[in-house]
Design a protein around this ligand. Structure first.
Ligand code: DGL
Length: 270
């Protein structure tokens, strides 16, 4: 049994790389639903259906535990999946909570009432579906009070990355950051609320300003998974097979993954 990692496309590879660094003995099976990316402009029902299909594919690989390395799926589908769909003996975890716990200075499992935290003004960059779900604000409100969140739906960025167009992705990131800074000129923190965005992290950091703390998910999610597997060791599999699966075109997905990660990645058809 390996651990599954799911994303609409290439973005989850940023999380996978951190997971592989942190947990070198755990075999991971990655599935990118590149044929249906981007998810961020789809309806919640559509995202739910596609995410369930992807998770089932990873269960078929022997991954009883699947990480949704996708904020859009975590925001638009995970709660419904957990409430209505996931069978006994399987687990699906999202990427939101580790990020929000870091932002609100909380340890895992700290369910104490919401309190004041040091960040007061947060710039959130995410896909249109994640912004529309308000899942980030909802999770934040459970843990913190008095935090002002300004959210920017970053239309086009995921499409540009999926198409391998770094120049367009960079231009779009700059213009989305400028648009947000017009509404919130001095954020304390910037949250990259889409797993594709760490591929553009340097561009986000330069555009928000070097003094602004940028919260990026991969390392936070890896630390949270390590902690989870200590508490739930039954989900640490004995399998050794690491695989990269895609619903998209194997050649172009492999080429774009290699381009963005700056190392060779070879996908197989899902
Ligand atoms: N990486 C996904 C996320 O974290 C991208 C969503 C999309 O396909 O638009 O939201």
């Amino acid at each position: 049994m390996a651990v599954g990692v799911f994303d609409s496309g290439l973005g989850g590879l940023t999380v996978l790389a951190a997971l592989q660094d942190r947990l070198p003995d755990v075999p991971f099976v990655y599935l990118g639903d590149n044929a249906n990316a981007p998810y961020g402009v789809r309806t919640a029902d559509d995202i739910f259906d596609l995410t369930c299909q992807g998770v089932e594919r990873l269960w078929a690989e022997g991954c009883d535990l699947v990480i949704l390395a996708c904020n859009t799926a975590s925001a638009a589908a995970l709660k419904r999946m957990q409430e209505t769909w996931i069978p006994e003996g399987k687990r699906v975890l999202g990427v939101f909570v580790p990020l929000i716990e870091a932002l609100t200075e909380r340890q895992w499992g700290d369910n104490s009432p919401p309190r004041e935290v040091s960040v007061k003004h947060v710039a959130l960059f995410a896909t249109p579906a994640t912004v529309a779900s308000r899942a980030f604000q909802r999770e934040l409100a459970f843990r913190a009070i008095g935090v002002d969140v300004e959210a920017q739906p970053c239309g086009g960025v995921v499409d540009a990355i999926e198409a391998g167009d770094e120049i367009l992705a960079e231009a779009l990131v700059k213009s989305h950051v400028e648009a947000l800074l017009r509404r919130m000129p001095k954020p304390d923190a910037a949250v990259l609320g889409c797993t594709h965005y760490p591929l553009m992290e340097r561009v986000f950091q330069a555009a928000v300003g070097e003094g602004v703390a940028v919260y990026s998910q991969p390392r936070l999610v890896a630390a949270a998974l390590e902690d989870y597997l200590v508490r739930r060791p039954e989900f640490v599999g004995a399998g050794r097979t690491q695989r990269y699966l895609t619903t998209g075109n194997v050649e172009s997905v492999s080429a774009h993954a290699t381009q963005f990660l700056r190392r060779g990645v070879r996908f197989e058809a899902a």
